[in-house]
Ligand binder design. Structure first.
Ligand SMILES: NC(=O)c1ccc[n+]([C@@H]2O[C@H](COP(=O)([O-])OP(=O)(O)OC[C@H]3O[C@@H](n4cnc5c(N)ncnc54)[C@H](O)[C@@H]3O)[C@@H](O)[C@H]2O)c1
Length: 497
């Protein structure tokens, strides 16, 4: 049993006191009330009976003999992630073409996937031959947020099925138009709402749908971003400007709105939201902080957001740099290793001197809130309290689901179920990270599980193989647009479908 997970579940109530997930710890030690998770000790935790919601095999069950084919448009982090399925199951899935502006990325993904050079296009997607004729069964669209709608519409017209990253579009109107197009073309579309495909989130859904906690009355759900991830993505990085991408409630949290709605299983009627960019702005810059961490900042030694600390010392998020200097297995000699390490360090420092990732977090052109809460009201008076937090040491998700007969409490990797009447407690701990085939599948296994389900849907032309329909994704996006409207206007906003 993983100690970190165990102690998290044990301490969840205490850890979150004062936040949306507070409250559990108040009954710790009471003899008349059931023991809370706060007093569930390690030994008890290990002995809990397990819930039987198995981790599904990642191998798709296809009727056809030939692999389903795909072209990847946008060969960055997400394009790579989904393509990995073809490395793992080459008999089921094959990447036959690539397009990206960045030559390093088309080359790297092309070599990894065995795509002939002639089928790798380096340039703007609008000039890619894959938008003039259909080259494969599926198009994977892993472009930035502002480049989803246009290529998706073009690809649907050409008859592709799609794996389209979230947020699917930048406006409500585009979402609705895209949905119409999908219906008209009867296309199979997997939206990158990968949590719906992750075994943990599916197991929670299974427990709810099987009635094990009675009727769901309310949910508390937290999305801790983690302090350095916030700085990397939403202060310095790709999603720092909500107008060029999408507001953080969509860019980051459209997963969570979608998951909450899916668990509740009803339409969301109304939302109200609050939140702000409170910290990462010029007025909070410590005295004498220059524009870049590399410009001799006097606070570099203690600032948790120092780019030198995050990238050079901790080596977090380095994939964005397409670094050329890496230690390879053959670099055996000490001298050779030292030279490579120096080149590696120098290259990182050069990136910090020349890209936005080296900027001081108080001197970025950013506008995304660093804390965001949303109250969601569903049909039948069911409520959910969502909170997105930048200032946490960990990422992932933290959730409590309150039902009339029981209670679920989980940390994104394992959860407990408590039955009010029988006082029984159960544990789900699918341990996806320990399943070999899931090792390359981020988001709790959801990344590659989405590809598996999309392949089965394409093979059978059955959209029900996908956990999420495009219509459901449109609805949860509309919840996000409504939250942002509420946050900006200070009013409750109706969710109109
Ligand atoms: N489902 C999830 O959990 C999840 C997680 C992270 C990101 N995303 C979403 O996935 C999308 C891609 O994110 P990413 O992290 O892979 O970004 P990325 O920057 O790593 O990849 C995007 C790629 O698109 C290329 N590109 C940009 N403009 C182009 C153009 N005009 N023509 C051709 N290529 C172009 C870039 O060179 C880059 O390689 C974003 O919309 C993001 O919000 C989803």
């Amino acid at each position: 049993m993983n100690i970190a997970r165990r102690s998290f579940l044990k301490g969840l109530g205490l850890a979150s006191a004062g936040g949306a997930l507070a409250g559990c710890s108040t009954i710790a030690g009471s003899t008349s009330a059931p023991k809370s998770e706060a007093v569930l000790d390690a030994e008890e935790h290990d002995k809990l009976p397990r819930l039987k919601y198995p981790v599904q095999d990642l191998r798709a069950k296809l009727n056809r003999k030939e692999p389903i084919t795909a072209v990847v448009v946008g060969c960055g982090a997400r394009g790579h992630t989904y393509s990995w399925y073809a490395k793992q199951y080459p008999d089921l899935f094959k990447i036959v073409g690539l397009c990206d502006l960045n030559p390093v990325r088309t080359k790297r993904l092309g070599e990894r996937q065995g795509v002939p050079e002639a089928d790798r296009f380096t340039g703007d997607y609008r000039d890619y031959v894959g938008f003039k004729k259909r080259l494969a069964d599926i198009m994977i669209i892993g472009l930035p947020d502002d480049l989803h709608y246009d290529p998706a519409m073009k690809a649907l017209d050409l008859g592709y099925d799609l794996l389209l990253e979230k947020p699917m579009c930048q406006t409500e109107e585009e979402c609705r138009t895209l949905l119409k197009k999908v219906e008209e073309k009867q296309a199979l579309v997997g939206i990158g709402h990968v949590l719906r495909y992750a075994p943990y989130f599916r197991a929670v859904k299974g427990v709810i749908d099987d009635g094990l906690i009675g009727e769901v009355k309310s949910i508390q759900h937290m999305e801790p971003i983690q302090f350095a991830h916030m700085a990397h993505s939403y202060v310095r990085g790709n999603w720092h400007d909500s107008k060029k991408t999408t507001p953080i409630i969509l860019a980051k949290s459209c997963h969570d709105l979608d998951i909450i709605k899916w668990w509740v299983g009803k339409h969301c009627e109304e939302v109200s939201a609050e939140g702000d960019l409170s910290f990462f702005k010029a007025e909070n810059a410590p005295e004498g902080a220059p524009c870049r961490c590399t410009d001799g900042c006097p606070h570099e030694g203690e600032c948790p957001y120092s780019a030198i600390e995050i990238y050079k010392r901790r080596h977090w998020h380095l994939h964005v740099f397409d670094l050329q200097n890496r230690l390879a297995k053959g670099d055996a000699g000490e001298e050779e290793k030292a030279a490579k390490l120096k080149a590696f360090d120098d290259e990182i420092m050069e990136k910090l001197r020349t890209t936005d990732y080296g900027k001081c977090v108080f001197h970025c052109d950013n506008d995304q809130p660093d804390h965001y809460i949303a109250n969601l009201k569903f049909e039948g008076g069911i409520t959910a309290a969502f909170s997105m937090e930048a200032f946490t040491p960990w990422g992932g998700r933290r959730t409590r689901v309150m039902g009339t007969k029981g209670f679920i409490e989980g940390d994104g990797e394992e959860f407990t179920l408590y039955n009010f009447r029988t006082k029984e407690r159960f544990l789900w701990d699918g341990k996806v990270s320990e399943v070999d085939t899931y090792k390359a599948s981020g988001h709790g296994g959801g990344d590659l599980a989405l590809v598996r389900d999309l392949l089965e849907a394409v093979d059978t032309r059955d959209p029900a193989k996908l956990s999420s329909s495009v219509a459901a994704s449109v609805e949860s996006h509309i919840m996000g647009f409504a939250c942002e409207k509420s946050r900006l206007t200070g009013t409750k906003v109706k969710v109109v479908m």
